[in-house]
Design a protein around this ligand. Structure first.
Ligand SMILES: C[S@@+](CC[C@H](N)C(=O)[O-])C[C@H]1O[C@@H](n2cnc3c(N)ncnc32)[C@H](O)[C@@H]1O
Length: 130
């Protein structure tokens, strides 16, 4: 499933380089690691509580917008419901594509923004602006 999710994001990366940020990465870096290996992708990961020095400390409820300048894609895996509107807001503000993979297939807390539920191979997730 994670392979399918990572492949889907990779399939959106037509630009070279395509600039991506994973928000709220926690300790789960499988998708980040896959994307980071692609030649045409430049990727950063953020979390309010970085697990190690490769993670940029950033609070998505008060994001440092400089980090998100010129990004093409933001994605987040299993973000808590209360963070979801902030992630959507950030994607809208920075005009990036957004992909959110919820814990299960539950609805996303969008505050009336319409996300699209997509299925790609073994993965299902929500997108905006894709
Ligand atoms: C449920 S965990 C998911 C972690 C990882 N993406 C996964 O799927 O295993 C939520 C993550 O969001 C981070 N987080 C919580 N509040 C945050 C905030 N305001 N800004 C950025 N990250 C936050 C937590 O530190 C945690 O790593």
């Amino acid at each position: 499933m994670w392979q399918s999710f990572a492949e889907y994001i990779s399939s959106l990366c037509e630009k070279n380089p395509t600039k991506i940020c994973e928000i709220g990465v926690g300790k789960f870096t499988q998708v980040f690691d896959y994307l980071n290996k692609q030649d045409n992708i430049e990727i950063i990961k953020t979390d309010i509580a970085p697990n190690d020095s490769s993670v940029i400390k950033d609070d998505v409820t008060r994001p440092d917008l400089k980090l998100f300048e010129n990004l093409d894609i933001i994605y987040s895996i299993r973000p808590p419901s209360e963070l979801q509107p902030y992630i959507i807001d950030l994607a809208l503000k920075t005009k990036t594509k957004l992909i959110i993979k919820p814990l299960f297939n539950e609805d996303i807390n969008t505050k009336n923004v319409k996300l699209t539920l997509k299925n790609y191979k073994k993965a299902s997730f929500y997108t905006l602006g894709v």
